[in-house]
Design a protein around this ligand. Structure first.
Ligand code: ZN
Length: 405
């Protein structure tokens, strides 16, 4: 089955006719259809199919229990109104790469598996990478059982309704111990490859990132009768802080975004009493991130002082840098460089992935396929056909180099 026919089969599943975007949420009907597709791909190829205790799907070539396996794959679920490529490109490319290796007559010396990690986007239960987190022990079954969707359905209820035993969930160290390397191919969620002119790149690290809440507190008052000089308007230092964040990030090669705001009393004709802004910031390294967020906070305090407004800054979440395995990364660069004489670009990313969760447990690497606009988590997400083919070839080369020596 070719890349094209696999892609065409997946394309209509869970697509909203209203937006053209995908709504493939964990343990829903669309998810079940994607999973049925995966199972069929395994059967078509005579691969050993299994669902692990956390609902992740595996398709094995060779003995799953032999150890030192090479595993590739990604996820099939989506964000609300997501694009076609984020996740599925990695899974389809994995099966296509396996087909190419068989066509090449490759002799496998290690077991090989394609995996579909469940609930990567966290669109339904609000936590990303639930399948890989549970497997890695980064999420306990007790924590997972408290997850609830917008309709009040708990994760165990959703699993049970989809035919998966929720009592089975939990860390799976035996499974991870059998894996020698995990390689995830993913559409790039940025324009780094477009800017360098390369179809495929290798990931170096996932940037450290965090979320901070800025509470600016002033005084509510009448928008018509309060003299400008008498106001303590928290919107003003907030606005200046948004501009400062942009400048700090730009100077440091980081990103900083105020994408969410809440205003009290939120009236058209009232000077606000409170403006709450949420900052999301990510940077190539910890020092840079600390400097950027520190710079934004310092500027915000000066602006707040100037306007007679109080400011509290609270860090709500933080994820440290994830460095992918250096030896495996270098091996990928070496394998991919042999054919082309070109140096394959090695790039960091600001987006999270199952590979990032597993990186603390097993040697893990990622391949990125060029995204011409960089747009992701949107129906406009795309990759050129030639680049998808280049991605499959690169993945096949990598798997051959790792599993066929
Ligand atoms: Zn993804």
């Amino acid at each position: 089955m070719s890349f094209h026919s696999m892609w065409a089969e997946l394309l209509p599943i869970g697509r909203s006719s209203a937006t053209g975007g995908y709504r493939r949420y964990a343990w829903t009907g669309a998810d079940a259809d994607c999973r049925a597709w995966f199972r069929e791909q395994a059967a078509t190829r005579g691969l050993t199919y299994e669902v692990d205790r956390n609902g992740n799907q595996w398709a094995w070539l060779g003995d799953p229990t032999a150890g030192n396996a090479v595993v590739t794959g990604s996820h099939l679920d989506s964000v609300p109104d997501g694009g076609a490529f984020d996740g599925p490109l990695g899974v389809v490319s994995s099966f296509a790469a396996l087909d190419e290796l068989r066509d090449r007559g490759a002799e496998f010396t290690r077991p090989l598996a394609v995996v579909n990690f469940g609930d990567e986007e966290g669109a339904r239960f609000g936590l990303a990478c639930v399948g890989s987190r549970l497997t890695a022990g980064a999420l306990t079954p007790e924590q997972a059982r408290t997850l609830t969707d917008a309709d009040g359905v708990t994760l165990p209820q959703a699993m049970e309704a989809a035919g998966h035993d929720p009592d089975a969930i939990g860390a799976d160290p035996e499974r991870l111990a059998r894996i020698g390397a995990f390689v995830e191919l993913h559409v790039e969620q940025g324009r780094a490859l477009d800017l360098t002119g390369d179809p495929v790149g290798v990931a170096s690290a996932i940037w450290p990132h965090g979320r901070w809440r800025f509470d600016f507190r002033g005084e509510a008052n009448h928008a018509g009768t309060t003299r400008l000089a008498d106001r303590r308007d928290p919107m003003l230092p907030y606005a200046e802080t948004v501009l400062a964040a942009r400048k700090e990030a730009q100077l440091s090669g980081a990103v900083a975004t105020f994408g969410k705001i809440s205003v009290e009393p939120n009236g058209v004709n009232a000077v606000p009493s409170v403006v709450r802004g949420w900052l999301d910031s990510r940077a190539p390294g910890q020092h840079t991130l600390d400097a950027v967020v520190g710079g934004i906070e310092k500027a915000a305090r000066e602006f707040a002082d100037h306007h007679g407004v109080d400011l509290d800054v609270v860090r709500e979440s933080f994820t440290p840098v994830v460095e992918f395995d250096h030896a495996l990364r270098d091996e990928l660069v070496r394998i991919l460089g042999t054919d082309t004489d070109l140096t394959v670009p090695v790039l960091g990313t600001g987006a999270g992935h199952d590979a990032g969760i597993l990186a603390s447990r097993i040697p893990t690497a990622m391949l990125f396929v060029r995204n011409p606009t960089g747009v992701s988590h949107s129906p406009a997400e795309s990759a050129a056909e030639d680049d998808c083919v280049a991605g499959v070839r690169a993945l096949a080369d990598v798997l051959e180099g790792l599993a066929c020596r």
